[in-house]
Design a protein around this ligand. Structure first.
Ligand SMILES: *Cc1c(COP(=O)(O)O)cnc(C)c1O
Length: 359
């Protein structure tokens, strides 16, 4: 077996310990005589897996009792629709545009109501987070929407917007469990797990109870109502059982690592190794305004496409995989999720330094 350093933005690296536990338990889970893949979602064993996963997530994030945790399907793109369908009572919402994912969310919301773009960083290819301290929040807005960590552009909100009393909805897909967050500041936090939490196929929604409404937009399908899933402990229909189980293993791993404060310290240290090098390199440079840099996704360029290409090819051959930047940004991007060891980042920087010297 030879595992590479996988810098993919998602699906992405998972902790090796988790994969080994999953492998050990693949054929028989505990003394159940079967794989988690073969279990009824109504069985006692699976119910324990689900409830333990939720309890561990609640403990890791300090989720207050008046928030529900939902394990859903359909990925991030389904939340782009579910959020407006469930929350757009006045059919008005405010969106902050900080990249492709926020843009897609806003575009989807336009199918259901009026969308006001109250801040944007589109003018500089989303390379920064706009000032959100005094926004023209619409008086009748049903919520304010952000994508808190921009996977493609590598920016992150270091301070949450002042929503002037409106509920904040945040897409945290690519920063989920990377650092402690104050859940009570949000109406809804949601993330696809395939970036920093687990295998693709699960979307976790953390929602304040009063936002789980009956009076959703009238055409909202049963499966797209938060209430359906909240009322049924995420077991209204068959959930992605195996993927939820793997997420649960990751939660246990995070707890054993010391929790989210420790993860944040580790992630800050890892990101600093790469950013410090980008700041002193004469060849590579980061593309994001310094104060808005993401700990999770680090885009960088040389300014010369041919050199970018050569670098990616040589890095790939040396075992540093998936460094190609998003097609809309070009260059490179290194995603440094929880499961990327510090050693992987240090070795990447060493490789970059050697590449720069040889060039
Ligand atoms: C990947 C990603 C999405 C889209 O997720 P899908 O599960 O592919 O629909 C949405 N938001 C962010 C921030 C992402 O990184």
């Amino acid at each position: 077996m030879s595992r590479v350093y996988n810098f993919s933005a998602g699906p992405a690296v998972l902790p090796e310990e988790v994969l080994k536990t999953a492998a050990d338990e693949l054929v028989e889970y505990g003394t159940s005589g079967m794989s988690v893949m073969e279990m009824s979602h109504r069985s006692k064993d699976f119910e324990d897996i689900l409830n333990t996963a939720e309890a561990d997530l609640r403990e890791l994030m300090g989720i207050p009792a008046n928030y529900k945790v939902l394990f859903l399907q359909g990925g991030g793109n389904t939340q782009f629709a579910m959020v407006p369908m469930n929350l757009m009572k006045n059919r008005v919402a405010d969106y902050i545009l900080t990249g492709q994912w926020a843009k897609k969310a806003a575009k989807e919301a336009e199918l259901y109501g009026k969308v006001n773009i109250i801040a944007s960083s589109a003018d500089k290819t989303f390379s920064y987070i706009p000032d959100v301290s005094d926004l023209p929040v619409s008086p009748d807005a049903d919520y304010v929407y952000i994508c808190q960590n921009n996977t493609i552009y590598g920016t992150t909100f270091k301070k949450l917007p002042d929503t002037k009393g409106k509920d904040l909805v945040s897409d945290i897909s690519s920063m989920f469990l990377s650092e402690p967050m104050d859940v009570s500041k949000y109406g809804i936090l949601w993330g696809g797990v395939q970036k920093n939490v687990g295998p693709a196929g699960v979307t976790i929604v953390i929602i304040r109870e009063d936002l789980i409404r009956e009076d959703v937009l009238p055409f909202t399908p049963t499966m797209l109502r938060y209430k359906t899933h909240a009322d049924n402990n995420s077991l209204y229909n068959t959930p992605p059982c195996y993927n939820i189980y793997v997420c649960g293993l990751v939660f246990k791993w995070l707890k054993a690592m010391g929790g989210l404060t420790v993860m944040q310290q580790r992630n800050e240290k890892k990101a600093a190794i790469l950013y410090d090098y980008l700041d002193r390199s004469n060849l590579f440079k980061g593309t994001v305004r310094k104060e808005d840099r993401s700990l999770m996704n680090v885009p960088f360029i040389t300014g010369d496409e041919a050199i970018d290409k050569k670098f990616i090819a040589e890095a790939t051959a040396a075992g540093f995989k998936n460094l190609k930047g998003h097609r809309t940004v070009g260059g490179m991007r290194a995603s440094l999720y929880n499961a990327m060891p510090e050693e992987g980042v240090a070795k990447l920087v060493q490789f970059m330094e050697d590449f720069e010297k040889k060039l």
